[in-house]
Every structure is written in structure tokens, then in C-alpha cells.
Design a protein around this ligand. Structure first.
Ligand SMILES: [Zn+2]
Length: 270
């Protein structure tokens, strides 16, 4: 599943290509994604210039002259830049046509979305309730501590709640909790302000490292038929059940929190 770092990488990859370009057409072969692609979208987008690209959570916002296109990759979505139109394969659902290239949206499981709004996109029902961005100054230990005051749920559930902060998926939650030496089961309201400062720093660190790693795939976008990358990074705990902790060599433990596998070191994370 594309996580925030992958979406950010795609954004950085396509930004120099699509900003200030005019949409010359859109081909929708399969409108049934997680939500239906809006009817009449072709007509609405035609000849609109893309003013600016922006990421909000895991959405890419294409700010156009008269509205905003919202793209989400769902479970399996991806974008490919094509220098010339080639025959679509089975899961190639949408093409955006520009003067010199094409953007092709592929999504085998069809949990992604392509939506359009003429209002303020931040008021769109899918974006309005999103929590703050983890890579902003506003996201810090003070913020987390304040939000956690009356919350007894586990710290892992707390930081994975998109109404608190966006983009902390299962991998990044596990890795950040390891770096901050916090047990994933600790109730959110029992964590000190100092620990929250360490956790906020750790979350930023794991996300930034992933984005940096993703940046190495960027060159693919500039090739004629570049496809967005799903990248693996060096992980300390995620998916390492039973393997030795990189700090203390004790075997890592796996538990389930909210039905998600959660690996941690019961010695280091207390
Ligand atoms: Zn350990």
C-alpha cells in the first residue's frame, strides 16, 4: 500500500512535469474506483491549467484554474509517465493527456480515487477531518501531549489515528515507537511530554528517511516510461518478529493491536 513517503515521492516526481501544463484530455476506461469518478469530468478538466500540486495526507491535490482534482492510490494504485500512448493493460483505468506526455493511473484492486471539487479542497469531506501533517512544525511533542490528555487507547493506535496526525501507517508507527523506546501498548495519556517530544522527532525521522530513500527512485520518473516506486527501507522492528533487536539482541516480540501486527522489543521499549 502506498504510504505517505511514497505519495510524497510521486508528488515530487511529477511536480516539475505537470505544474503549469494544460490538461488536453482525460480517458476513463474504468470509473468504478473506491468512489465513482465523477460524471462529466472530461468536460470539466479539458483545457484547464494545473496551477500547483500539493500533498495532503495520502492525497495528491492537483490545483486547477477552476477546481481541484484529488487523487488517492488506495491499496494498489500507481502512476506512470508515458512519453507516447501505448495500449492500456487490464488495470490501466485512467489517462490524463498533456501536450508532450501522458499520466496513466493503474489500480488492480480499485481502492483508489479520482475526485473533483470546485470548492476549497480542505473542506472536502475526505480532507476536512484529517489531522495535521507530521512534517510540519505544528506537529510536535506539545501537540501530541495535549491531544492525548483524555485518551486511554494505546500509543500505537493514537499515532495511527488520522484525525490526530496523517500518514503514520503501521510500518512507521512501529519504527517510530522503537526509536522513541516506547511500548506500543502504553496508554496515550500515560506518556510524558518529553517522551512525546522524542516520539514526534522519531516519526519525522522515519518518514524523512523513507522519503529520502524514495528520492532515489525519482530518476525513473524522468525516463519516458517511469513508474512510481514502492521502496523498501531499512527497518528495525517491522516484520522482524523473532529476530534479534538491533540494540540489545533480544528476540523481537509480535503482538496484535487493532488487528495489526505490531513488532517491538520488550526490553528496549518500556
Ligand atoms: Zn532491544
Amino acid at each position: 500500500m502506498p504510504e505517505l513517503p511514497e505519495v510524497e515521492t510521486v508528488l515530487q516526481g511529477i511536480k516539475p512535469l505537470v505544474e503549469h501544463q494544460v490538461i488536453r484530455g482525460i480517458v476513463i476506461r474504468q470509473p468504478k474506483l473506491r468512489w465513482d469518478v465523477p460524471k462529466g469530468l472530461q468536460r470539466k478538466l479539458l483545457n484547464q491549467k494545473i496551477i500547483k500540486l500539493e500533498r495532503r495526507g495520502k492525497y495528491i491535490l492537483f490545483h486547477l484554474q477552476l477546481g481541484t482534482l484529488l487523487l488517492h492510490f488506495g491499496m494498489s494504485g500507481s502512476l506512470t509517465v508515458l512519453s507516447k500512448l501505448i495500449d492500456p493493460k487490464k488495470h490501466d483505468h485512467i489517462d490524463l493527456l498533456f501536450d508532450d506526455f501522458y499520466l496513466r493511473y493503474t489500480d488492480p484492486r480499485r481502492f483508489g480515487a479520482l475526485l473533483y471539487t470546485e470548492g476549497d479542497p480542505q473542506d472536502h469531506p475526505l480532507l476536512a477531518k484529517l489531522g495535521i501533517e507530521p512534517l510540519t512544525k505544528a506537529f510536535n511533542g506539545e501537540y501530541l501531549y495535549r491531544k492525548a490528555r483524555s485518551r486511554k487507547l494505546s500509543i500505537k493506535q493514537f499515532i495511527m489515528n488520522h484525525q490526530i496526525v496523517v500518514g503514520v501507517g503501521n510500518i512507521y508507527a512501529a519504527e517510530a515507537l522503537f526509536l522513541a523506546k516506547l511500548n506500543p501498548l502504553t496508554p496515550a495519556n500515560q506518556i510524558s511530554k518529553v517522551q512525546y517530544q522524542q516520539l514526534a522527532t522519531a516519526i519525522k525521522q522515519v518518514l524523512k528517511e523513507a522519503i529520502k530513500k524514495g528520492g532515489t527512485t525519482l530518476k525513473d520518473f524522468k525516463n519516458s516510461e517511469g513508474k512510481m516506486g514502492y521502496f523498501k527501507q531499512k527497518l528495525n522492528v517491522y516484520d522482524r518478529e523473532g529476530l534479534p533487536c538491533v540494540n540489545c539482541q533480544q528476540p523481537l516480540k509480535a503482538i496484535r493491536i487493532q488487528n495489526r501486527a505490531t513488532v517491538f522489543c520488550s526490553t528496549c521499549q518500556n
